[in-house]
Design a binder for this molecule. Sequence first.
Ligand code: ZN
Ligand code: ZN
Length: 245
Amino acid sequence: MRLFGDYHTHTIYSHGTGNIEDNVKVAIEKGLKEIAICDHGPGHFLYGVKKKNIPLMKEEILRLNDKYSKDGINILLGVEANLISFEGMIDMDDELIKHTDILLLGYHYGVIPASFGDGIGLYIKNPLTKFSGLGKKKSIEQNTLAFIKAINRYPIDFITHPGAKVKLDIRELAKEAGKVGTALEINAKHGELSIESIKIAMQEDVEFIVNSDAHTPEDVGNIEKSLERIKNANLPLNRIKNIRT
Ligand SMILES: [Zn+2]
Ligand SMILES: [Zn+2]
């Protein structure tokens, strides 16, 4: 079993501690063949990547690909975009997406919503359902539908840590993600997909991907925690896009 690539790593362009080259060097040391640099989408008001930096990151990555091609590594530019509306809008437009090689989608707090109503629903009501069961089912339905709309609107390669920070109907999401070829991430840093969620999702025709979500260079390629959950859920390794058996 070998990890081919780590497709979810952060740098100083959002709130990671290393620069792009630091992450690449660790990826080479760990024998990875690909690494994606995926900082938080520009809609995050605390640590979103600045829109003007996206083309600059692309240039830097082209340069680093030249420098390190002898080491057998391919470097991709991605963004961990944020869901910003119940209509499935994300904080990336076509112009910005053109610069990327890979597109991730996740749910995070601290994101500027598309409208006042989306803000109330996505970021105020959702956390409240944790304290009272009231509206929980409805919230889960709405959140799940928002993700489904987003993966049908945008070329999203995978959904990051599905079910972390926001509750989702994993079965429904897995079913629809499988139809459009969007994978579900088994994230090493967050506990999602959980063992329970993996067991549900694997009943549907969907692919999985495993990533470190490294925020420091040393963590690039660290997927031990995900592997434990994969083992406990009995997920066959050939269903994971970036693992070679
Ligand atoms: Zn995330
Ligand atoms: Zn992340």
